[in-house]
Structure formats: structure tokens, C-alpha cells
Ligand binder design. Structure first.
Ligand SMILES: NC(=O)c1ccc[n+]([C@@H]2O[C@H](COP(=O)([O-])OP(=O)(O)OC[C@H]3O[C@@H](n4cnc5c(N)ncnc54)[C@H](O)[C@@H]3O)[C@@H](O)[C@H]2O)c1
Length: 257
């Protein structure tokens, strides 16, 4: 992979919020966007991880703004305050999320609601707050939700997670039409299994055979966080200017079979 300076995508002069930036896909996205010249607000509820991410970014002017997205009612005021010191944004990548591998029998409504709250409802709250003039810079707007291939194909023990990510896909399509006249594009990326701390948690109980079986579902093997970060960067950049309302599958072939 080349090193940012020679990258065909150019985000110099652009500013973005990245949620879930303390780890995995969010962190890799923040690093990629900074290498493309963007200035970032990095957010997460994990403060040490957030500081570590900030230390790995290229360029200057990035800030960390820890926030627990379960606090959806406070998203608008939190984002407004962050932008009042940082400046307006061109868009955001909502990568924060929680896993939920649980058969329906064991999935209580409280847990289901929390998964939907973090993965989907907070995305709605961010998108709603984003159009405020003190937040949106008014041009080259682009929102990227990190969905999941589980929103597109069935898998046992994934009902709650699949529902939350399916809601993001629907939000993506509806908002794409609603926000088009504001010059804001809205897209999602649906990853297959990507090697992140969330993946480590999900796969902790697998034996070697099960790991091999799941990996074999991906024609190209498991993904790396950078594979998703590159897709998100593309969807923010001008090179994707005619793309809105799409759920871009980045899954190493998982859903091709
Ligand atoms: N890793 C995979 O295989 C995979 C596959 C498909 C989709 N995804 C999605 O990609 C996104 C990133 O996942 P990842 O694999 O990098 O996981 P990760 O656990 O490494 O990172 C997720 C981040 O979200 C943060 N977060 C969780 N709850 C939060 C809250 N209430 N408020 C603020 N931040 C919160 C966590 O602290 C963490 O830093 C998630 O939305 C996940 O559902 C991951």
C-alpha cells in the first residue's frame, strides 16, 4: 500500500468526525483520513485508545472528544460544542458499534435495545445533528455508516446485530434522498469479518476448525481494518461524488456465494 502522499484520494482541507476511533476499523479510518490530509475529531468512549489513535495520526489540528453514544439525547449539543472549537465538518464516519452474537432465545429486549441504540440510533442522531449550520461546512458533505454483511445475509445468532445494521442500511438510503439537496451524500460500508478487537471478542470461543470454516466463507480470507478504512475514504472523497444511497459490500467475497 502506498503512503498517503501518492494516494489518488485527496482530503486536504477537509474535516471529519470519526466515531469508534479508539480501536479497529474506526482507528484505521482515522489514520487513513489523516494520511489523505483531513483534519479530524476522533471520538469513542475509550479514552486511552483514543489518545493512542490521536498519537498515530498524520498532520496537525486533530482533536479527541470522548463521548458515550448511548447518550443519544446529548449528541447534538456534544457535536455542536466540539465543532465550536474545532470548526465545521464535511462529514463523518460512524464506526462505533457493539457486537451481539446471541441466539434469540437468550437475547433480552434490554440488550437488543442497547445494540440498536449504539449501532443505529446514534447514527441517526449524528446525521440529524450534522446538518446544523454550526456543524456542517456546507459543501462536499459525505456521511459513511459502517454497517455489516450480517445486514445482508442471514446468520444464526445474529438477529439483534443484523437488525441494528439493517436499520443503518435503510437510514442510508432514506437520508441519501433527503440530504441530496443539501449536497450531502450518504453511504454505508458493509464489511465481512475483519481482524479487530471486536473480531477477537466474537471469535474467542472458536476452535481452529470453526475459525477455518468462517475464514473459508471469505474467498479472500479475513479482512484487515485498512480494507474498510480505504472504502470509507473513497466514499468521503470527490472520486465518489456520484455515489449516494449505496451499501458498499467489502467482504472478501463472503456474500458472493
Ligand atoms: N470487525 C468485524 O468483523 C466487523 C464486521 C462488520 C462490521 N463491523 C462494524 O465495524 C465497526 C467497528 O468495529 P471494530 O471491529 O473496529 O470493533 P472495535 O470493538 O475494535 O471498535 C469499536 C469501537 O466502538 C466503540 N464504542 C462501542 N460502544 C460505544 C459507545 N456507546 N459510544 C462510543 N463508542 C463506542 C468501542 O469503544 C470501540 O473503540 C462496528 O460498527 C462494527 O459493528 C465490524
Amino acid at each position: 500500500m502506498n503512503d498517503g502522499g501518492e494516494h489518488p484520494l485527496d482530503l486536504r482541507g477537509r474535516s471529519y468526525l470519526v466515531t469508534g476511533a479508539a480501536s479497529g476499523i474506526g482507528r484505521a479510518t482515522a489514520v487513513r483520513l489523516s494520511r489523505l490530509g483531513a483534519r479530524l475529531i476522533c471520538s469513542d468512549l475509550e479514552v486511552p485508545g483514543l489518545e493512542e489513535t490521536l498519537g498515530g495520526l498524520r498532520g496537525s489540528g486533530h482533536i479527541a472528544r470522548p463521548f458515550d453514544l448511548r447518550n443519544v439525547d446529548a449528541v447534538a449539543s456534544w457535536l455542536g460544542e466540539a465543532c465550536s472549537s474545532f470548526g465545521q465538518l464535511n462529514g463523518f464516519v460512524h464506526a462505533a458499534g457493539v457486537p451481539c452474537v446471541c441466539p434469540v432465545k437468550g437475547l433480552g429486549l434490554d440488550r437488543l435495545r442497547e445494540v440498536i441504540l449504539v449501532n443505529a440510533e446514534s447514527g441517526f442522531a449524528l446525521a440529524k445533528a450534522f446538518v446544523n449550520p454550526r456543524t456542517f461546512a456546507g459543501s462536499q458533505g459525505s456521511i459513511v455508516f459502517i454497517s455489516s454483511v450480517m445486514s445482508l445475509v442471514g446468520s444464526a445468532a445474529s438477529a439483534g446485530y443484523a437488525m441494528s445494521k439493517g436499520a443503518l442500511n435503510s437510514l442510508t438510503r432514506a437520508l441519501a434522498l433527503e440530504y441530496a439537496n443539501r449536497k450531502i451524500r450518504v453511504n454505508a460500508v458493509a464489511p465481512g469479518f475483519v481482524k479487530t478487537p471486536m473480531f477477537d471478542k466474537t471469535s474467542a470461543g472458536w476452535d481452529d476448525e470453526q475459525r477455518r470454516r468462517v475464514e473459508a466463507l471469505h474467498a479472500l480470507g479475513f479482512g484487515e481494518p485498512e480494507d474498510i478504512a480505504n472504502a470509507a475514504a473513497f466514499l468521503l472523497a470527490d472520486e465518489s461524488r456520484w455515489i449516494t444511497g449505496t451499501v458498499m459490500v467489502v467482504d472478501g467475497g463472503y456474500s458472493a456465494q
